[in-house]
Design a protein around this ligand. Structure first.
Ligand code: AMP
Length: 192
């Protein structure tokens, strides 16, 4: 199995690049944000709970997020591997993911971060709001909060994978194809 964590702040391009990676490597894309939004759309209990956090730009509690992620992985018995997009976002989630994958005799091969500076992120998110219809993209205060939450709670996850010698960062600026090429290079270096 090939399991990759695609890492980076909101607006770094994780969703766009995940689409490329699943095609190139034949992996299953698991975006916790997308799964929460699908639950909000379906007005499930999980969706109603998640929405109350997402609308503020806060993280959904670890226990809820971890359980949901594990259920989604378990639905994909035939997967050759996964692109985890937007997960793990806390060290507790990273630890839970390692423990869970170990029960399946697999592990994370690499965390690849998309490096994009803050002003560019804000501009991208405001622009994305015009097409995404996401309330959390449209409100500057919520965007600021998401970036702050990223810095406080999510950025430390980098050190978790660095300690395992599994972290690499690439430049997330420029042409979408160029960024994909940088990602392929980083992934191929560990795969082959
Ligand atoms: P995203 O689509 O990745 O930008 O996520 C949108 C929102 O969903 C985030 O701002 C959080 O409120 C929530 N969310 C997504 N993934 C996670 C996660 N791994 N842990 C906690 N909350 C999450």
């Amino acid at each position: 199995m090939l399991n990759i964590v695609l890492f980076g702040p909101p607006g770094a391009g994780k969703g766009t690049q995940s689409e490329r990676l699943i095609t190139k490597y034949g992996l299953v894309h698991l975006s916790t944000g997308d799964i929460f939004r699908a639950n909000i759309g379906g007005q499930t209990e999980l969706g109603i709970l998640a929405k109350s956090f997402m609308d503020k730009g806060a993280l959904v509690p670890d226990e809820v997020t971890i359980n949901m992620l594990q259920n989604e992985v378990n639905k994909q018995a035939d997967a050759k591997g996964f692109i985890f997009d937007g997960f793990p976002r806390t060290n507790a989630q990273a630890q839970a993911l390692d423990d869970f994958l170990a029960t399946k005799n697999t592990s994370i091969a690499l965390m690849v971060a998309l490096d994009v500076e803050e002003n560019e992120l804000k501009q991208r998110l405001m622009k994305r709001a015009e097409v995404s219809g996401r309330a959390d993209d449209a409100n500057p205060e919520v965007i600021q909060n998401r970036i702050q939450v990223y810095k406080n709670e999510t950025a430390p996850v980098k050190a978790y994978y660095e300690a395992q010698d599994k972290f690499v960062s690439i430049n997330g600026l420029g042409d979408i194809d160029q960024i994909s090429e940088r990602l392929y290079e980083a992934i191929d270096a560990v795969v082959s």
